[in-house]
Design a protein around this ligand. Structure first.
Ligand code: 39S
Ligand code: MET
Ligand code: ZN
Length: 775
């Protein structure tokens, strides 16, 4: 431990175990509802603040009841109204100047201004949103330039600490670390070429100094500084990253007035950053022992290690024996060890309570956030008092693990046999030139063909109908009719607008993954297992526990019906294997590639059925292809092999004159362009509007020969781009991609949008297309 810390040395770190963070959305999604009501103008800022406070206090009470220490900083304070990176941008006073008008007189933003930065308004584009490490969570990208001024502009972290203290808890505020903050930032629009946000490290550190002093003054004994960037191989030179880490933590450790520093590095191994943090003298280091490991020869004498032995990112019940072995192995390297989750628990739902419909057997294999906290408390007790003290809990865990391994559904002969019969030819389609000719002949599409990504607005009426159907209040026939009416109206709208390739709108899908999980063998779904994806938006990741097989067609009826309503092609719409895995909680007892091929085979059968029903264009979405890319370079090529192969297995049975589309969201395509090429889809739509077509030059220089639809409308925000704005983006796209290869479409599906902005923007998109086509 450092010898230059504050007067009273910190107590041993979190002796009864801890977690790196807890779900923020509320057990019944109270925060989601309060936010959306505030945005609609149906409630006030004070109403929203009061719901948020209730959620925070309920979480504290819950965590203490589950056994985390009330007063020893074991409970993290990690609340956010929308996103923790946005909070950091606001707190450090580095909000882009386009939001100046929304700033309060004394600095900082109220919740209306904060929401505008997140969601945009009028001509103010919001901060860009992108994936948080290898998860389905999205953060808002800070924009930093040489002129950005850093100052402590919000004391929310301090206020929330004080609020907890007044309620009888000494919590541990959780703050994004300076390296993670800057390396995940993008240069502001006015920054000169070549400028990197990390150049502003010294200025940012001065603001952390002020923040840590405020936290110490408020009585915080520990602060958690999250530095997941240290586990990822990023573009920056590793030695530069390590030098910056050494500098940043020497600075923070050397402060006179600060809480003890717990630096957490979830999602993989710290590698050579571990000794850097140790030598800097931070008071505790959090390591991920689920995804990552510690080399057996590292000397941890004198270090305090918060050992992440319970998976924060998946929902399987922990092998407690293995967890104890991992913690012991770190202790054997000389460290003082306490047990923790490997990542924040905000990647998993609150609790298994209320999920009894899953059945006792499956339930006994699972642990959501609250059950994980209980596991951690058990592990801490085992380490403190000896295993005999928790013999009952250890025995139960062993029995559940054994039952899971022996369950017939995890090892089905029919599924295994079908995969064994797959031969290499099943991964190959005919040459693109022949496909392109056959498709041109069949569809006669114009240059700059227009389409959408699949979903149309999921209106409250659609959701209400589905909720009523689930409760048995609406009959199967009435639900079916309601969805057909919706599909008919979506098809009519697209014909009126003049789109070239139509979609059915996905009204019948609760979610693009859960819908398939409900129809495939090997999955189960939760009733209330919500996990935040971004802002107020949540998903219920399905549980992929067994061998996957298709017992009946899943989409054919809907696709056939939609196609019957129009002479234009209506795309069949499927979700690809990688995305189905990524957005489910996936079994951890076999290689992901094997599971992906099981899903791929089921989709291949579905595509054959769609073709037989006369569907000529079939889109297989893979928005999560980039998301699962391993954080370590050394693991990426193996991943890209199996992921691309599973898509090819799904799609390569398609006939030459069937046009296969795929869709990917979330930029940074540069690094996976070979994989995109490898998917071998005839048409690929990608997200590009928020980053103003940034990726296209890379695609052009790659010599990409197939068709591509760079998004011209950022659908993540309710704002309506003008015809001129869309025209400019389209023109930019045309500068990089020949018209023959270019499609016109939004960035992503429209399910989160309303009809007003959808109709208006699609009208602008079609006007822009006509302008650029020159007709
Ligand atoms: N799994 C997944 N991950 C993804 C995406 C995605 O589409 N799916 N898209 C990208 C962006 N992320 C997104 C994540 C969620 C949503 C989204 O729209 N979520 C909806 C919920 C979607 C859903 O599951 N809907 C269900 C249940 C809806 C619901 O809340 N029903 C009410 C009852 C109905 C009522 O009376 O209103 C309830 O349960 O309380 C349905 O339609 O059936 C939300 O948070 O509001 C969009 C994008 C990346 N990751
Ligand atoms: C997150 S990717 C979404 C693709 C899907 N087809 C949709 O339009 O909603
Ligand atoms: Zn998308």
């Amino acid at each position: 431990m450092s010898d230059i810390t504050n007067a009273s040395a910190p107590a041993p770190a979190f002796p009864g175990g801890t977690i790196l963070g807890y779900p923020r959305i509320g057990r019944m999604r109270e925060l989601k509802r309060a936010l959306e009501s505030f945005w609609k103008g149906a409630s006030t800022e004070a109403d929203l603040e009061s719901v948020a406070k209730e959620v925070r206090l309920a979480n504290l009470e819950r965590l203490a009841a589950l056994g985390l220490g009330r007063a020893d900083s074991s409970i993290p304070s990690n609340f956010s109204f929308y996103d923790h990176m946005l909070d950091a941008s606001v707190a450090f006073g580095v909000v882009p100047t386009r939001f100046k008008d929304y700033e309060l007189e004394h600095g900082g933003f109220d919740l209306s201004g904060y929401s505008v930065i997140a969601r945009g308004e009028g001509d103010k584009a919001p901060l860009e949103m992108t994936k948080w490490f290898d998860s389905n969570y999205h953060y808002l990208v800070p924009e930093i330039g040489p002129e950005s001024t850093f100052e402590l502009a919000s004391l929310r972290w301090v206020d929330e600490f004080v609020e907890a203290k007044e309620a009888g808890f000494v919590t541990r505020p959780v703050i994004p670390g300076p390296l993670t903050f800057l390396y995940l930032s993008k240069p502001s629009d006015d920054a000169p070429t070549g400028f990197e946000p990390i150049e502003r490290l010294d200025d940012l550190l001065a603001t952390y100094d002020d923040l840590l002093a405020e936290l110490a003054a408020a009585g915080a004994e520990w602060v958690q500084i999250d530095e997941p960037i240290l586990v990822a191989d990023i573009a920056a030179d590793r030695s530069e990253v390590l030098a910056n880490a050494a500098k940043a933590y020497a600075n923070l450790v050397g402060l006179e007035k600060r809480p003890a520093l717990f630096v957490a590095a979830p999602y993989h191994s710290l590698g050579d950053a571990l000794p850097v943090l140790k030598d800097a003298g931070v008071d505790a280091i959090g390591i991920d022992l689920v995804r990552g490991s510690v080399p057996a020869d590292v000397d941890l004498t004198g270090a305090t290690i918060v050992a992440g032995v319970v998976d924060g990112h998946n929902i399987w019940r922990t092998d407690l024996d293995e967890a104890l072995r991992k913690a012991d192995a770190v202790a054997a390297l000389g460290a003082t060890v306490t047990v923790s989750s490997s990542t924040s628990l905000f990647h998993v739902p609150h609790t298994l309570q209320g999920e009894e419909h899953l059945g006792e057997e499956l339930l006994s294999w699972l642990a959501f956030a609250d059950e994980k906290v209980a596991e951690i408390v058990t592990l801490a007790a085992a380490r403190e008092q000896g295993e005999h003290a928790v013999a009952g809990a250890l025995g139960e865990a062993r029995a559940a693990l054994k039952a899971r391994a022996e369950h017939p559904g995890t090892n089905r002969a029919d599924v295994r046999d079908a995969l064994a019969e797959v031969d290499p030819g099943w991964f190959e389609r005919g040459p693109y030139s022949a496909r392109a000719a056959a498709q041109a002949n069949r569809f006669h599409l114009p240059e700059l063909a227009t389409t959408t990504i699949g979903s149309f607005p999921q209106t409250p009426e659609i959701r209400k109908a589905r909720a009523a159907w689930a409760k048995g209040e609406l009959s199967d026939a009435d639900y079916e009719q309601a969805m057909k009416d919706e599909i008919a109206s979506v098809v009519r709208l697209q014909e009126d607008l003049g789109l070239d390739v139509l979609v059915h709108g996905e009204a019948e899908r609760n979610d693009m993954v859960q819908y398939f999980a409900e129809l495939l063998d090997g999955f189960d779904v939760t009733k209330n297992g919500w996990v935040q994806s971004y802002g107020s938006r949540c998903t219920r990741p399905s549980i992929l526990w067994g061998d996957v097989a298709r017992s009946a067609p899943m989409t054919v009826r809907w696709a056939e019906y939609a196609q019957s309503l129009s002479d234009k092609p209506v795309k069949g719409m499927l979700t690809g294997p990688v995305t189905i895995l990524a957005w489910s909680f996936v079994r951890d007892d076999q290689p992901l590639g094997d599971t992906a091929n099981q899903v791929g085979l089921a989709l291949r059968q579905e595509i054959a059925d769609l073709e037989a029903a006369g569907i000529g264009i079939i889109q297989v979405d893979e928005p999560a292809l980039r998301e699962l890319l391993p954080l370590k370079k050394s693991e990426q090529s193996a991943y890209l092999d199996w992921s691309v192969n599973s898509f090819r297995l799904a799609t390569s049975g398609a006939k030459d004159d069937t046009q296969v589309h795929t869709h990917l969201c979330y930029s940074e395509f540069g690094e996976i362009i070979d994989a995109i090429d490898g998917l071998n889809a005839d048409v690929t739509s990608i997200e590009a509007a928020r980053s103003r077509m940034e990726v296209l030059p890379a695609i052009r220089s790659h010599g990409y020969e197939r068709q591509i639809g760079p998004g011209v409308w950022d659908i993540h925000s309710p704002r309506v781009p003008s015809t001129q704005e869309v025209t400019e983006l389209l023109q930019l796209a045309k500068d990089s991609i020949p018209g023959k290869q270019l499609w016109v479409n939004p960035d992503c599906g429209l399910k989160t949008r309303g009809y007003a902005e959808t109709t208006e923007t699609l009208t602008h998109m079609l006007e822009a297309t006509r302008a650029v086509r020159g007709v």
